[in-house]
Design a protein around this ligand. Structure first.
Ligand SMILES: [Fe+2]
Ligand SMILES: [Fe+2]
Length: 164
């Protein structure tokens, strides 16, 4: 059985994962509106992965005999300054999510909740990937600059996500 504090922390994390999904879908909408179809594909895939994360936490609460209580999801921003701005925000957001997951893990350690620690290991590894992917794109964007041919090539390449 889950403790009340861990259950609440995971219920709140479900909200954060849905917010991530919402944020990335909003970024996909921004890219569509600004004629970056490849970047929009990348964001749609990212949005779908965040939804899967929310469901993973959902199932974990159910498996432990807990009670899922869904919280209100904030509205994400709908306007962004540039392609660079979007990916910079992705990186910052993923770093924040990493900190949230680390906080739950610290709580699980404090409570000697080994099952929650084992479940969170997947998310801890996933966050390493998430931060790595976002920071690679941010670095490449810094190098190529806005409106260059390279940005069109990046749009093309990121648009292949989920198909290769
Ligand atoms: Fe996530
Ligand atoms: Fe993420």
């Amino acid at each position: 059985m889950l403790s009340k504090t861990i259950q609440e922390a995971i219920n709140t994390q479900i909200k954060h994962e849905f917010y991530s999904s919402y944020l990335y879908l909003s970024m996909a909408a921004y890219f569509e509106a600004n004629s970056w179809p490849g970047l929009a594909v990348w964001m749609r895939v990212q949005s779908g992965e965040e939804m899967a994360h929310a469901r993973k936490f959902f199932e974990y609460i159910v498996d432990r005999g807990g009670r899922v209580v869904l919280e209100a999801i904030d509205a994400p921003p709908s306007e962004f300054k540039s392609v660079h701005d979007v990916f910079q925000q992705v990186l910052v957001h993923e770093q924040e999510v990493t900190a949230l997951i680390n906080d739950i893990n610290a709580l699980a350690i404090k409570e000697n909740d080994y099952a929650t620690q084992a479940m969170l290991q997947w998310f801890i590894n996933e966050q390493v990937e998430e931060e790595k992917n976002a920071s690679l794109i941010v670095d490449q964007l810094k190098r190529i600059g806005e409106s260059s041919n390279s940005l069109f090539m990046l749009d093309h390449r990121l648009g292949k996500r989920g198909t290769a």
